[in-house]
Design a protein. Structure first.
Length: 254
């Protein structure tokens, strides 16, 4: 369970990993507000509760400020922010226009910065403070061919979270969930058909891709009082990481 009835904002919470995060908080008893530019195709629900949708273009810093002020006015508090919105299509750096790469960085680094600054202005004045969780990626810690700007942005996001954790303590805790390979409704765009997805899953030591609920459970924990002394941390959620390629290339059995 979350602590009392937390008010939780999940960016990009209308589908995929974001919807999974929202459902985990709903199941834990929180009041959840999800935001995105477009409404969900169907309501995000769990445990008999439904997440409230509010439209927001996170790349607009002023709109983000207005959004969090209004959520706080309507709900009394904003206890938790999960910066989930982001992503990238596949594209080699040399094959993509600079403006396209800039938009990827804007969505995956600047938008979470804007949302966090807006949430902090609310949280800093609350007796209980607040908690912010960034959804990072293993792409930020290794080469990311086909998603170079995305990987660079995620690396910056993790560093940003560590700095926020120092600057905003003790009122607000800030952490990162470093996500590995995940299975969502768009997994086929990255991994191919079911056989392709299964082959990719076999590269993960735990034998499967992350489910959105795995990410949600990690976020619920980091927002809870059980994580009260965790701030500036990066929780690796990758099923054991990636099997080194040389093991499969080598002729010696391991």
């Amino acid at each position: 369970m979350t602590d009392t009835r937390q008010v939780v904002v999940v960016t990009g919470g209308t589908r995929g990993v974001g919807a999974g995060i929202a459902r985990s908080f709903l199941a834990a008893g929180a009041s959840v507000v999800v935001c995105a530019r477009r409404p969900p195709e169907k309501p995000v629900e769990a445990a008999g509760a439904t997440a409230e949708f509010r439209p927001l273009d996170l790349r607009d810093a002023e709109a983000a400020q207005d959004f969090f002020r209004q959520v706080a006015a309507d709900h009394g508090t904003v206890d938790v922010l999960v910066n989930n919105a982001g992503g990238t299509p596949f594209g080699l750096l040399a094959d993509s226009a600079p403006a396209r790469q800039a938009k990827i960085v804007e969505l995956n680094l600047l938008a979470p910065l804007y949302a966090s600054l807006a949430a902090y202005e609310v949280m800093r004045g609350q007796e209980a403070g607040g908690s912010i969780t960034m959804i990072g990626s293993v792409s930020g810690a290794r080469p990311s061919p086909g998603s170079g700007a995305y990987g660079a942005a995620k690396a910056g996001l993790e560093n940003l979270a560590r700095t926020m954790a120092v600057e905003w303590a003790p009122a607000v805790r800030v952490n990162t969930v470093v996500l590995g390979l995940a299975r969502t409704e768009s997994a086929h765009l990255h991994y191919g058909d079911e056989e392709g997805i299964a082959q990719v899953a076999r590269t993960v030591p735990l034998g499967r891709l992350a489910d959105p609920s795995d990410v949600g459970d990690a976020c619920v924990f980091l927002a809870s009082d059980r994580a009260r002394y965790i701030s500036g941390a990066a929780l690796q959620l990758h099923g054991g990481g990636e099997r080194p390629a040389f093991l499969d290339a080598a002729s010696v059995n391991h």
